[in-house]
Design a protein around this ligand. Structure first.
Ligand SMILES: [Zn+2]
Length: 340
């Protein structure tokens, strides 16, 4: 179908400012892109945007391109400006970071819910790469400050449009900010902007990832309700290239003293301890994989599987029999245990 779309001068002006603001026009700064009158978007800038956004590279402001520019998105630029430090410098020199929250987004999201979603968003990165984050009380010493703002003073534009933004590290380990637009309706689920998805994307910037051209990546600039966590096809290998894969932490549970149990032995206790430890480490890896490939795996099933393995490993013989009788994974079933 031929595209008979004719953009208005207002739309042309919007597109020119958009391309300047998101880094496609190197002749204007971000601040200038908001104030300087640019008459028409450059054909080459439009082509670069279309290529970045996975659209046909027509170099024209067609309906599809304009619709893509109107999508809610992250406020960070897509194209790195000439003169900034090379991308490989954009990482932390340490892998233990701290954060504090100085301004919640409010609205339908309680402070406790927001805290919970921030933790979930971070856990996805923590499972993917060797970088840890700990919350501390409000402090000028925090590596990451999570805040919220409104209007042009904070580079926001009301509902939709820019949702949030964050800085990228510059290799000097200075404090960085992540800011959410108070003009949005932030939600945990349902109608509105999913806070967890956006927080997870912004965390990606804070630990060094720029926007991705891969439209299925978490780090693509456009908001997608269906993408909540780093993807194995793009984001996860990129973050591992900066920090290496996640290393399983020590088991949090204190080591129990083996009781003098006539039915057991030190060796049984030791083997059980070892298998529990391996199970914890394996679970972290498997859940990270499952979360990143939802089309191939169901994370509820994975969690049930680990819950079963744990209860089977640590249960009494009667509990083990009951677990075997009720547990089914796909086509796998178990015969009853032989009598003792
Ligand atoms: Zn972004």
């Amino acid at each position: 179908m031929p595209d008979t779309f004719q953009p208005t001068s207002e739309e042309m002006n919007f597109a020119a400012k958009y391309l300047g603001y998101y880094g496609y026009n190197d002749s204007v700064t971000r601040a200038e892109s908001l104030t300087v009158v640019v008459l028409a978007p450059m054909v080459s800038d439009l082509r670069t945007f279309q290529s970045f956004a996975g659209l046909p590279e027509t170099g024209e402001l067609d309906a599809e391109t304009l619709a893509k520019m109107k999508l809610p998105r992250c406020g960070c630029p897509d194209i790195r400006r000439v003169g900034l430090q090379p991308a490989q410098e954009a990482r932390w020199r340490k892998n233990q970071l701290t954060y504090c929250v100085i301004h919640p987004v409010g609205g339908a999201l309680s402070v406790a819910e927001q805290d919970d979603l921030i933790q979930l968003a971070w856990d996805d990165w923590q499972l993917a790469a060797d970088i840890k984050l700990t919350r501390i009380p409000n402090s000028p010493l925090a590596d990451i400050v999570i805040s919220a703002g409104r209007g042009p003073a904070d580079n926001f534009d009301g509902p939709s449009g820019t949702l949030a933004w964050a800085y990228l590290p510059d290799g000097r380990d200075g404090q960085l900010i992540m800011k959410f637009d108070l003009g949005e309706t932030w939600v945990r689920g349902g109608n509105g902007i999913l806070f967890r998805n956006v927080a997870c994307h912004e965390f990606g910037h804070l630990i060094g990832l720029e926007h991705s051209r891969n439209q299925a990546a978490l780090m693509a600039p456009f908001y997608k309700a269906s993408i909540a966590s780093p993807q194995l096809s793009d984001d996860i290998p990129r973050i591992r290239a900066l920090y290496g894969p996640a290393v399983p932490g020590p088991t949090p549970a204190p080591v129990p003293i083996p009781s003098p149990n006539p039915g057991g032995s030190i060796m049984n206790w030791f083997i059980k301890k070892l298998v529990n430890y391996a199970l914890d480490a394996l679970e972290k890896q498997v859940l990270a994989y499952v979360k990143s490939t939802p089309e191939a795996w169901d994370d509820e099933l994975a969690q049930q599987t680990f819950a079963f393995l744990r209860s089977f490993l640590n249960g009494t013989p009667a509990q083990q029999q009951a677990a075997l009788a009720t547990f089914k994974v796909a086509n796998l079933t178990f015969d009853p245990l032989p009598p003792e």
